[in-house]
Design a protein around this ligand. Structure first.
Ligand code: SAM
Length: 319
């Protein structure tokens, strides 16, 4: 197996995610004024994918908002495998901005160099970071640093090096820190993601982790889904999905975190999304394949967990 090909295939999954977000934005599911700046060839996705993209985004936005708006000091966010995620720009244009101390993003250098170029090319993006003289590139353009934004090029499988860069750029282990992993850990061997979680447990005093990814790789539908994914990216081989929701929770509880919760997309759609939102999206597109929607949605989960050494954390109410 050609390792470089395998890594290219992993990086290509980012285009997929960005195109899906643009599709959902253009059809009115979600608002993202920045995503089009990262897509060359827009593609309209199926209603199932659009709806799934929307619910994932809503759930993660809600967790991020609750975290940023909880009482206490300013907070930092570290997005692992951030790809062309636009969340920093959205936060900075909204009410959570004043509680954000710093936003870090990590992805392969091959990808961060492209993101850094897009940010520099588009005033709509770099104006949000701050004055041009306060923005600088490092490491051959694979890192872009602004007053409260830091894009780091690195391989998560070499976590010690990535962590050293984050600390070099001012990651503060004493303030509340949210780590985000959206469709990333499944591309990394479980012992490596475990290593990252152990580092966070040891080094960060108050941490929250938010994770979104596929689960249940072993039932018939899960096998078919992973096969489709692998066929689209010929080189994509190693996918490491966890078996179920409780396995996701145990990733954190096993490390002594105070709380971990995992829910699937069906649960979020049926029991969490409010009624007006549900009927709003139901009107955007006709979704006939209800059985397929439910099946697919049972294979994707959002998990969140926290650990803190403070007896009374405001995050215990985040839900
Ligand atoms: N989180 C983004 C989102 O949800 O839009 C991108 C998701 S994309 C499916 C997976 C991302 O993880 C890609 O950008 C890929 O390059 C990154 N990634 C996967 N393995 C990585 C690794 N070992 N080191 C750094 N980035 C990695």
């Amino acid at each position: 197996q050609n390792l470089e090909g395998q890594d290219n295939a992993i990086r290509d999954t980012n285009d997929d995610a960005t195109v899906s977000r643009l599709s959902a934005a253009q059809l009115g599911y979600l608002v993202d004024p920045f995503v089009h700046l990262f897509v060359r060839r827009p593609v309209r996705r199926s209603p199932i994918i659009n709806r799934g993209t929307f619910i994932r985004q809503r759930a993660l936005d809600s967790l991020v908002e609750q975290f940023l708006q909880s009482p206490g000091p300013k907070k930092q966010i570290v997005a692992l495998g951030a790809g062309f995620d636009t969340r920093y720009f959205i936060i900075k244009s909204g009410p959570g901005a004043e509680n954000l101390k710093k936003y870090f993003e990590v992805d392969f250098p091959e990808l961060t160099v492209k993101k850094a170029m897009s940010i520099q090319r588009h005033p709509a993006l770099h104006n949000i970071l701050g004055p041009k003289e306060d923005i600088r590139l490092e490491k051959g353009g694979t890192e872009l640093i602004g007053p409260d934004y830091c894009l780091v090029g690195g391989d998560l499988r070499e976590w010690d090096q990535v962590a050293a860069r984050l600390i070099h750029h001012g990651l503060d282990p004493t303030i509340p820190t949210m780590f985000l992993s959206e469709c990333v850990f499944i591309y990394i061997a479980p012992e490596v993601s475990q290593y990252i979680l152990e580092w966070i447990t040891r080094e960060i005093k108050q941490a929250m982790f938010v994770l979104y990814e596929q689960i249940k790789p072993d039932d018939a539908f899960g096998r078919m889904m992973l096969k489709n994914l692998q066929e689209r990216s010929i080189e994509l081989k190693g996918i490491h999905a966890y078996p179920d929701l409780s396995a996701q929770e145990n990733r954190f509880m096993g490390l002594g975190w105070q709380k971990a919760k995992a829910v699937d997309i069906n649960e979020l759609h049926d029991h969490w999304l409010d009624v007006t939102e549900k009927s709003r999206i139901a009107r955007l597109e006709i979704l006939d394949e209800l059985e397929e929607w439910h099946l697919l949605s049972s294979h994707y989960c959002v998990s969140w967990a926290y650990k803190t050494d403070e007896p009374d954390t405001p995050w215990s109410s985040i839900d």
